[in-house]
Design a protein around this ligand. Structure first.
Ligand code: A3P
Length: 292
């Protein structure tokens, strides 16, 4: 039977969260960061998998075979992801050798304090809200344990009210934007990556203190293109059991474009969304592009 929305999600310290993730929050809070951990933080559906694969390639110096050794969700554990004993991101990370790469969708206030104390490097990748909401809608349709998001317009309303997992996109982006004033936090945009991937890969290499070479950058661009990642079982999530992620509904690697919102937002909804957006973001200097 289909679960009820608030059976699965619950308000946690002001952020709507998957209740399975917050059930053992003491484990997340007590997580011990290592100084050479790298945190990759995003709001869901902002291109997390893409930037994770790029960073992994940088760490492995362009060795594609090493990148294919396991599924991305095992190579780069998802910190707060928990489903009783079946999935435990904390445990996966504890068992990893350094240097670790940590994936998270947490807003800064929920990130284990140890990452801040150790001054770990962090990358925050974001994407324009309208494309995020479209991608998030399809994603919710795929996750079998989640309630059906009903119509797109109903889901957009929930998104605007912060009543989706990880809460308000606006608060998430604003809080991480503030944090990016620290030089150990790199703030990136999906749209910039779509516009000029070479420039953005070089930015990442520099931030990570690695040596750039034209050969490495070429390999990374080739291996992490949308089509390549869509065909690669270690990045396209087909290694995740279908009982959890049903890709018959829609593939995880769906479109990978800027501006798909135009195919989903009726004019009236777009107008309402934009007005609400202006209000939410009025005091924030961060600017997004919704088309190129
Ligand atoms: P769409 O649903 O709009 O296609 P996340 O990894 O944070 O869950 O984000 C998933 C989104 O990033 C999906 O967006 C997916 O297609 C897109 N994506 C993944 N890999 C990509 C790549 N190599 N290039 C462009 N977009 C990519």
């Amino acid at each position: 039977m289909e679960p009820e929305y608030y059976e699965v999600f619950g308000e946690f310290r002001g952020v709507l969260m998957d209740k399975r993730f917050t059930k053992y929050w003491e484990d997340v809070e007590a997580f011990l960061a290592r100084p050479d951990d790298l945190v990759i933080a995003t709001y869901p559906k902002s291109g997390t998998t893409w930037i994770c694969e790029i960073v992994y390639m940088i760490y492995k110096e362009g060795d594609v075979e090493k990148c294919k050794e396991d599924a991305i969700f095992n190579r780069i554990p998802f910190l707060e992801c928990r489903n009783e004993d079946l999935i435990n991101g904390i445990k996966q990370l504890e068992e990893k050798e350094s240097p670790r790469i940590v994936k998270t969708h947490l807003p800064p206030k929920l990130l284990p304090v140890s990452f801040w104390e150790k001054n770990c490097k962090m990358i925050y990748l974001c994407r324009n809200a309208k494309d995020v909401v479209v991608s998030y809608y399809y994603f919710q349709l795929m996750i079998t344990s989640y309630p059906n998001p009903k119509s797109f317009s109903e889901f957009v309303e929930k998104f605007m009210q912060g009543q989706v997992p990880y809460g308000s996109w606006y608060d998430h982006v604003k809080a991480w934007w503030e944090k990016s004033k620290n030089s150990h936090v790199l703030f990136m945009f999906y749209e910039d990556m779509k516009e000029d991937i070479r420039r953005e890969v070089l930015k990442l290499i520099e931030f990570l203190g690695r040596k750039p070479s034209a050969e490495l950058v070429d390999k990374i661009i080739q291996h992490t293109s949308f089509q390549e990642m869509k065909n690669n079982p270690s990045t396209n999530y087909t290694m995740m059991p279908e009982e959890m992620l049903n890709q018959k509904v829609t593939p995880f690697m769906r479109k990978g474009i800027i501006g798909d919102w135009k195919n989903h937002f009726p004019e009236a909804l777009r107008k309402r969304f934009d007005e609400h957006y202006e209000h939410q973001m009025k005091d924030c200097t961060v600017k997004f592009r919704t088309e190129l």
